[in-house]
Structure formats: structure tokens, C-alpha cells
Design a protein around this ligand. Structure first.
Ligand code: SF4
Length: 321
């Protein structure tokens, strides 16, 4: 597998991973290859991101879809800095001691959304376990700033788990994002090695809480496959998600950012992704996106429109019964 040189440079930002042996992922299968990012609109998106001094997970995570997404003016903003307090084994965001929060960042995100003319925006963040509220108030302010600067834009948030503190979670739910997205990322058996700072049932509980407080809010969660999970384990996670009322599941292939990160244990084929999609549909999700290049925020705007249509159809069916 060819690694992005910019990401390899960033390996030094993962001091905790330097003791890991190199475990290169081998050759990427053909279905993972994407064209190099380019194009006028891609450059315009890049200029706005730079000018507003914003961080995107598209760049920080080395997302393979950046060329396609930015060419369509779709970027996922990452708030609260570039340094995360956790050290997940799959993630390329730098680990360390973060800077103080930038109080003007919510406004700058709002301005960028307005300038880009986005119909739908996804906002994610680093984990901020150093802050008393894990950054909940900063999320609320960002949602409010987007609504102020660009009232027609629908807002999808993709936050961390707020360390499971209900008062913080409740305050973010009360800001009424259109979609509350929180990724389970992997199966519970792999949490200690892949997501050591997180807890599977804490993440699930967060998503369940959204539905308890505001059943109209759409909930969404994602999984990466290729980390050593079995199909049965993925099925169990789907059942858990449905029990928590999650509307939309995304499943994509894990790609190793550097040889120090968790190795790719398996390349799931496009046909196997189709099987996962069928399984998820049988389990009753309103929406499913399962392809090798699916990412939590990939096509998020189009998918939000489909999600709303799927709910309307479901409600119409229930009313006719
Ligand atoms: S899929 Fe998401 S993270 Fe990747 S480039 Fe698109 S918007 Fe950014």
C-alpha cells in the first residue's frame, strides 16, 4: 500500500505509536484506488478552509475521498484543534496536549459554511478529555453560529462521547442538530486495542439518549471493517444499534494511515460489502451506506435528503396500516 507522505510526516505526532513495529498493509486492492485530488472547485474549497484557518478531518485523517468531496464543496470541519487527547490505533489525528479552545472558531465555521453555500454541513472534533465539559459547549456554540450565518443549512454533528456525562450530552442534543452522528467504529471485542480510551456501551448509550430526548433527531453511526472483526460480530453491532434506535449505519474499509497504526487484517471485497448492506437493511435501518470507500461524512448531504424521504415513507406506511 502507498502511504500519503504528508501522513507519514505526521507519524512523529504519534509518540505513543513509535514503539509499535512497522506492520505495512500490503498492496491496496484495485477497488480502493481513487484519482488524485484536483480541480477548480477543489482549490476554492481549499482556499476557504485556509483563509478561515479551519481544520478538516478530510485532511487530518487522509481521507481517500477528498478529491471527490472538495470538488463538490463538501468538507467536514474538525473543531477544537488538531490535537486529540486519545490515541485510537486507527486514527491519524495527532495525540497530545491540546491548546486552549479558540473562542472565535464557532463563528469562523459559520462564516465558512455561508461562504461555501453549503446545504448540509458535517462538524466533527478531536476528543477533549482535558476540558470539564469535553467541549460540549463549543459544539453548541458552533451549531448556533452555523444557524445564525447560514440558516438554511442542515447541521450534522459527529462528536466524541463526552466521557458519557449525561448533562453534557443533553446540552448538545438540546441544540437540535439535524443529525447526531457518533461512530462505534469497531466491534466491542476490539475496543481495548483499537479504541482504548472509549467504551462500547458508553457510545451506544449516547446514541440511545438522543432518541430518548428528541425522537425526531436522526441518529447515525459508523463502523470500519478490516480490523479483524467477523461478519457475525458486525451483525451483533447492527442489532445493538437498532436496539438503540439508530436510523443510519455507515460501513467502510479501514485504511492504515501509517505502518505504525493498526494493521489491515482483511480487505473486504465489494461483494462482501453488498452482503453487509443487505444484512443491515434486513435489520431495519432507515438508511445504509456500505461500500469500501464509505466514510461517515461521505455524501452526507445527499444521504440526509434520502434519510428524510425514507422516514416520510415509513410514517406514511404506518399511517395507512
Ligand atoms: S468523506 Fe468525509 S472526511 Fe472524507 S473527504 Fe469527504 S467529507 Fe471529508
Amino acid at each position: 500500500m502507498t502511504y500519503n507522505p504528508e501522513l507519514l510526516d505526521k507519524a512523529k505526532r504519534h509518540p505513543e505509536k513509535q514503539k509499535n513495529p512497522d506492520r505495512p498493509a500490503g498492496r491496496k486492492p484495485d477497488w480502493i484506488r481513487v484519482p488524485a485530488p484536483q480541480g477548480k472547485i477543489y482549490q476554492e474549497t481549499r482556499d476557504i478552509v485556509r483563509k478561515q484557518k479551519l481544520t478538516t478531518v478530510c485532511e487530518e485523517a487522509g481521507c481517500p475521498n477528498i478529491g471527490e468531496c472538495w470538488q463538490q464543496k463538501h468538507a467536514t470541519f474538525m473543531i477544537m484543534g488538531e490535537v486529540c487527547t486519545r490515541a485510537c490505533a486507527f486514527c491519524n489525528v495527532a495525540t497530545g496536549k491540546p491548546e486552549a479552545l479558540d473562542k472565535l472558531e464557532p463563528l469562523r465555521v459559520g462564516v465558512a459554511v455561508m461562504q461555501m453555500g453549503l446545504k448540509h454541513v458535517v462538524v466533527t472534533s478531536v476528543d477533549r478529555d482535558d476540558l470539564p465539559d469535553s467541549g460540549a459547549d463549543h459544539f453548541v456554540k458552533t451549531i448556533q453560529a452555523i444557524r445564525m450565518k447560514s440558516p438554511e443549512t442542515t447541521v450534522e454533528i459527529l462528536p466524541g462521547d463526552f466521557r458519557g456525562r449525561m448533562e453534557d450530552i443533553d446540552s448538545v442534543i438540546a441544540a437540535r442538530p439535524d443529525v447526531f452522528n457518533h461512530n462505534l467504529e469497531t466491534v466491542p471485542r476490539l475496543y481495548p486495542t483499537i479504541r482504548p480510551g472509549a467504551r462500547y456501551f458508553r457510545s451506544l448509550r449516547l446514541l440511545e439518549r438522543v432518541k430518548e430526548l428528541d425522537p425526531q433527531q436522526f441518529t447515525k453511526s459508523g463502523l470500519m471493517v478490516g480490523l479483524g472483526e467477523t461478519k457475525e460480530e458486525v451483525g451483533q453491532v447492527m442489532d445493538d444499534m437498532r436496539a438503540a434506535g439508530i436510523d443510519f449505519i455507515t460501513i467502510g474499509q479501514y485504511l492504515q494511515p501509517t505502518p505504525k497504526h493498526a494493521p489491515v487484517e482483511k480487505w473486504w471485497s465489494p461483494d462482501e460489502f453488498k452482503d453487509l448492506e443487505k444484512m443491515a437493511r434486513r435489520k431495519g435501518f432507515l438508511m445504509v451506506s456500505a461500500t469500501p470507500l464509505t466514510r461517515s461524512s461521505h455524501h452526507a448531504g445527499d444521504d440526509f435528503a434520502k434519510l428524510k424521504a425514507a422516514r416520510a415513507e415509513q410514517l406514511a406506511k404506518q399511517a395507512a396500516e
